[in-house]
Design a binder for this molecule. Structure first.
Ligand code: ZN
Ligand code: ZN
Length: 267
């Protein structure tokens, strides 16, 4: 299997050394890993984050590819945060760098970070999730450079609801619009296993596999596993189990991107 979503020490919120991640991936039998450090223009613009160090990224990718070439495929990706005002600059960065692939993600909704509880105050769970999904739809229809839609269930991570699950049946129209667009445009849909990590003080939830089944029904072929690991012990987190979930949803293959081309491996 391939872990398509990892954050090294180049990300503001990770201290994981790229080589440690690589060794861990080899140890657990992964065939490939993709480093997808954050490029979040809005935080760079406000000085909250350091500018992305593309030189460092290129150096460690080259080093790992040379050292571990016989044992694992090392991919150079990026996770970009998309908001209406960050699209143009993000597109330019994506075109200027030879990424194997680009994960497009929504981390901020109308200027609010759903990590903070104020986002959920005064609105229902339905509205909180719906507003997020509308941003995902906006991203996919305005940012064609993306190869993979990152963590479609990101909105489930931080609220304090008893049941944080994002359910297909609760958001049929917007999810259908997203899944159909992703399928028709040959983009990938990620199953991000970090959303199912035990977060302190919150119940553990499971992905609603109907979302992936529906993606398949709408012609979707490209599903990617990503751990979103910021620490070594999370690399490939619960992959065998989630590979089986994808297989139960009707997928025979999962995918990764190399040099912007989709490649498949058997589940
Ligand atoms: Zn993310
Ligand atoms: Zn991430």
């Amino acid at each position: 299997m391939f872990d398509c979503h990892l954050h090294s020490e180049l990300s503001f919120d990770s201290k994981m050394l790229p080589e440690e991640a690589c060794i861990k991936a080899i140890d657990i039998g992964l065939k490939g890993i993709g480093f997808t450090d954050h490029y979040e223009y809005f935080k760079i613009a406000t000085g909250e984050n350091e500018p992305f160090d593309f030189g460092k990224l290129n150096t460690f990718i080259k080093y790992l590819r040379e050292k571990y070439s016989k044992r694992i495929i090392v991919l150079k990706g990026v996770e970009v945060d998309i908001q209406p005002h960050t699209i143009d600059i993000t597109k330019a960065v994506c075109l200027k760098n030879d990424f194997d692939y680009i994960i497009g993600s929504i981390h901020v909704i109308d200027g609010m970070d759903p990590y903070h509880q104020d986002y959920y105050e005064g609105i229902s769970k339905y509205e909180a999730y719906r507003k997020y999904l509308e941003k995902v739809y906006y991203m996919i229809t305005h940012f064609d450079e993306l190869d993979i839609v990152g963590h479609i269930d990101y909105i489930t991570r931080y609220p304090h609801y008893d049941d944080r699950t994002l359910r297909y049946n609760d958001h049929i129209s917007i999810l259908d619009a997203i899944l159909e667009y992703v399928a028709k445009n040959n983009k990938g849909l990620e199953l991000n296993t970090k959303s199912y990590f035990p977060f302190p003080g919150r119940n553990i939830i499971s992905p609603d596999i109907s979302i992936y089944k529906r993606f398949k029904e709408l012609g979707g072929e490209i599903v990617c596993l990503g751990s979103d690991a910021h620490r070594c012990d999370a690399v490939g987190y619960r992959f065998p189990e989630f590979a089986e979930s994808l297989s139960n949803a009707g997928f025979k293959y999962a995918a990764y991107f190399e040099n912007k081309q989709v490649k498949y491996y058997k589940l």
